[in-house]
Design a protein around this ligand. Structure first.
Ligand code: SAM
Length: 197
């Protein structure tokens, strides 16, 4: 039982909670800064039921494993690699939001609005979906940071599948809005999600 209150657990779990807190609060603050307070709802916190469930499962996995296999959590090079992924993922995602500005909305636009311009500069010059790329790295990184083998695999598979479907849907509308300009942009860039061109 003492393992749950050990230095390892306190450090890894507090890193995890801080990463989650910082991610969501900064999403909300940026949304307010870009779109104005009246156009932002708590949905900009990006917290869904499935997301909460996934995070609870990952903490349960952590507690079970540190109790029965405490040595598993002592691989600091793995945990620190996860921490680095959390930081890199966060930076890529926030760069994407700031670069896209008003074109970045948490809900996918299905009608073209006048202010919606195709963004192809900054981080978008290299990656077509940098905010999804950043979230993918961040979310898998949280589990690597906890040295959680099951949740690492589950997060990678579920988040990958989620973005595969979301990108297909989002690009259908982007092709309608921007036509050949988007085709050319898509030809020259990578999605930013592994195995998805
Ligand atoms: C949650 S944002 C995600 C943007 C992008 N997929 C990314 O990962 O950075 C979704 C909105 O961004 C818009 N969007 C996506 N790529 C864009 C681009 N290159 N230029 C302008 N708007 C874009 C979509 O139309 C959608 O309404």
């Amino acid at each position: 039982m003492t393992e749950i209150f050990s230095y390892t657990a306190c450090r890894q779990l507090s890193q995890m909670f801080f990463a989650i807190f910082f991610f969501h609060i900064s999403e909300l603050i940026l949304a307010i800064a870009i779109h104005g307070k009246t156009n932002v709802t708590l949905s900009s916190l990006l917290i869904s039921k499935n997301y909460i469930l996934a995070m609870i499962c990952s903490v349960v996995e952590y507690i079970v494993e540190i109790y029965f296999f405490p040595g598993l959590k002592e691989h600091w090079w793995i945990s620190n690699t996860g921490l680095l992924m959390v930081i890199i993922g966060e930076v890529i995602r926030k760069l994407a939001i700031v670069t896209a500005g008003r074109s970045f909305t948490h809900l996918i636009k299905v009608h073209h609005e006048e202010h919606h311009k195709l963004v192809t500069h900054g981080v978008y010059a290299y990656i077509r979906h940098p905010s999804y790329c950043g979230f993918f790295i961040w979310s898998v990184g949280t589990q690597i940071m906890l040295c959680n083998p099951l949740s690492t695999l589950a997060f990678a598979l579920v988040v990958w599948r989620f973005f595969q479907q979301r990108i297909r849907y989002e690009e259908f509308f982007l092709r309608q809005f921007f036509g050949s300009e988007y085709e050319e942009y898509a030809r020259l860039t990578h999605s930013g999600i592994p195995f998805l061109k």
